[in-house]
Write a protein that binds this ligand. Structure first.
Ligand SMILES: Nc1ncnc2c1ncn2[C@@H]1O[C@H](COP(=O)(O)OP(=O)(O)OP(=O)(O)O)[C@@H](O)[C@H]1O
Length: 646
């Protein structure tokens, strides 16, 4: 295996020390770069297997700038850094490093970080390649589907979703032959695998545009020149009026965008492109752009049979069979459509068909078991058993016989031969809940199952081959357990091939109203009562509560309240005393700001920055790039007073 490592570190002593440690452990150091420029040269020349990357370097560019290139080229890297401020750390995190070592670190920390990075990179790469091949096939298959334009776009969106995390997509075609005219269609993600199609006319109604404003907006719109992403979208007034992009950001609260233009089929012919938007500010990174570039030929194939009015080809009559809803059905009982939860759905649908081990983390009651069930249900093993084991509930002296089984007479009291849970799960999935509570001795045996795919019954003469997929879950911090010697490092990184973290309920409060509705319906239905929901006041208090027990706690409270309810509406749910959180004034999901409010807020913000100055070089009008008189009339229209106190 190529073990060439590139060190990017501007401190000579530290770089030298690193080189010695690496060589001692059998690695080859293929170069030491002090700046990003040197690192770029060495990357090109030496093709390192892995890069150890300091953040602050000689020269203008930082390690974070270089990381973007590494990600694009799929070269794993580990940051080496002294304690940095939060902003730097967040920027570093957004490049998805394969490890992070805080200086000073011990030799052993370095070697372990290298092993983990290597292991994950190889496994990640392999499964990524497998998934990408699958994506390419799915895109190519869409070409021959007997479906209309909208339906094909929907299919394309569905197959791309696990790879490009978007909440809104615009598909457009511009045609030079039609005087630069653009035709477009938007899809808005409203749930897992659920999309709302928005026509330009529909968009105009939502954005409160008059027909001539919509025409002007589309005429101004140009196709992006290249694949690119931006993570800082915010509505800003433009001199020539709002842009399509600005309006989408404004009306639908989108914070980042990835543009993916497809190559023109013929010179001067129509250009089709996609703009993917996300509600998250840091949704897109170099690897999404790189993936976009790689799948462009397949996307082109998939979109070739789309007919757009602008290219003067009559639209096909849709003869469309809806796509399979099996994924939707699997996620049916998992309520919520917050970005955090839809991201979990995406991860589940990505990993389910592969046979990789999955580690689900999250606080108690966040739905880890539900997610494990979904993975199994969406996998090729769905017809086979899903065996659940709660490792915390098994007595230490029985855990091995429970998991691996025993032969008759293996120990006192073993009157019968017993088939262990692993064998029961043969050809299916085993769900090891609370894996963090597994005793160290059992962990060794589990490692053997993972490595050799075989178990040994207690008292057995020979190992037994098993074909199982392992899904593990824990509410513990496994990294901490490893550091404190309670969890084996080798087992940790074998299990942590595909981690899925479930957000706590407090992190996704916007899902609370949907969950409340769902549980009221379920429990009222069970006892045959007609209860329509909870009062506004009660819902407000539920949204402000901290939910230490997450969804399980919410479910139990609703069940009890349904039983105790006097009328058709639950007026009161007694919440355990914990300090209620200040509810944000309004969450994005509950109410979207209007363009009017956004423009007003933005102007006030700029005025505050300029201490109320309108004219002059540092005045608000210059920053907003509009004449002071226009700003004056805008302020009047938006009700912003000149003597606004800043
Ligand atoms: N998104 C959801 N929508 C509806 N019900 C949910 C959702 N997530 C979890 N639940 C319900 O909440 C309860 C707790 O879920 P689950 O047992 O999967 O949590 P867990 O994280 O495995 O908990 P623990 O760590 O305590 O084992 C279950 O009744 C489950 O059906």
């Amino acid at each position: 295996m190529n073990q060439h490592i590139l060190i990017v570190e501007d401190q000579f002593v530290e770089a030298n020390h690193l080189r010695i440690m690496l060589q001692r452990a059998g690695y080859t150091v293929c170069g030491v770069a002090r700046s990003v420029e040197q690192a770029e040269e060495l990357l090109e020349k030496e093709k390192p297997y892995l890069v150890l990357l300091d953040i602050f370097l000689a020269g203008n560019k930082t390690g974070i700038d270089f990381a973007v290139q590494l990600r694009e080229q799929n070269v794993p890297f580990i940051y080496l850094s002294a304690n940095s401020n939060e902003e730097v750390l967040n920027a570093a995190k957004a490049t998805h490093p394969n490890g992070f070592l805080v200086k000073p670190f011990r030799e052993n920390d370095l070697l372990v970080a290298l092993q983990i990075a290597q292991y994950h990179h190889e496994n990640g790469l392999e499964s990524q390649l497998r998934k990408e091949t699958q994506l390419q096939t799915q895109l190519a298959n869409i070409t021959t589907e007997p479906a209309g334009r909208e339906q094909k776009l929907l299919m394309i969106a569905q197959v791309l979703q696990p790879f490009i995390p978007f909440d809104f997509v615009t598909a457009a075609v511009t045609c030079a032959g039609a005087e630069g005219k653009t035709d477009l269609l938007h899809l808005r993600r409203v749930g897992f695998n659920e999309y709302q199609t928005i026509t330009p006319e529909g968009f105009a109604i939502i954005a409160n545009l008059k027909p001539h404003e919509l025409t002007a907006l589309q005429a101004r719109h140009t196709a992006p020149a290249d694949v690119a992403f931006r993570n800082d979208l915010y509505p800003r007034p433009m001199p020539g009026g709002p842009t399509l992009r600005g309006l989408i950001a404004d009306v639908f609260s989108m914070k980042s965008v990835l543009d993916l233009p497809l190559p023109a089929v013929s010179k001067g012919g129509p250009v089709l492109y996609f703009s993917f938007y996300s509600r998250r500010p840091d949704a897109f990174a170099a690897q999404h752009a790189a993936l976009g570039r790689r799948v462009r030929p397949f996307l082109l194939l998939a979109t070739q049979s789309l007919h757009w009015p602008v290219v003067n080809v009559p639209t096909e009559k849709p003869a469309y069979a809806p796509p399979s809803t099996s994924q939707n059905a699997v996620f049916e009982g998992i309520i919520g459509n917050s970005p955090q939860l839809t991201e979990v759905f995406d991860l589940v649908s990505q990993v389910a068909p592969a046979d990789t081990s999955v580690l689900i983390t999250g606080e108690s009651g966040t739905g880890k078991e539900r997610v494990a069930e979904s993975i199994h249900a969406l996998s090729a093993r769905s017809g086979k058993p899903l065996v659940k084991v709660n490792c915390a509930a098994l007595p230490t002296n029985l855990i091995e016989s429970e998991l691996f089984g025993h032969e008759r007479g293996a120990f006192t009291g073993a009157f019968e031969r017993r088939t262990g849970r692993f064998e029961q799960a043969s050809n299916g999935t085993i769900f090891l809940d609370e894996i963090g509570d597994m005793p160290l001795e059992t962990q060794v045996k589990l490692l053997r199952v993972l490595q050799q795919k075989e178990i040994e019954r207690i008292g057995g003469k020979a190992p037994v081959k098993v074909n199982i997929r392992i899904i593990a879950a824990t509410n513990r911090n496994l990294e901490k357990e490893v550091a404190e010697g309670r969890f084996r490092l080798d087992l940790y990184y074998r299990l942590n091939v595909f981690p899925i973290h479930l957000p706590s309920l407090a992190e996704r409060r916007e899902d609370i109203p949907f969950l409340v509705d769902h549980f009221v319906r379920v429990y009222a239905g069970k006892i045959g009562r007609k209860i329509s929901g909870v009062s506004d006041k009660t819902l407000k208090s539920l949204m402000a509560y901290d939910w230490p027990g997450n969804i399980r706690e919410l479910e139990n409270l609703i069940e009890r309240s349904v039983l105790l309810a006097k009328g058709h509406v639950i007026e009161q749910i007694p919440l355990p005393v914990n300090k209620p959180k200040e509810l944000p004034e309004k969450t994005e999901e509950v109410r979207l700001k209007t363009i009017f409010e956004n423009e007003r807020d933005y102007i006030i913000q700029v005025l505050q920055k300029c201490n109320g100055r309108i004219r002059g070089e540092d005045g608000a009008a210059a920053i907003l790039n509009i004449p002071p008189t226009t700003l004056g009339s805008k302020m009047k229209k938006l009700g912003i007073k000149r003597n606004y106190t800043f």
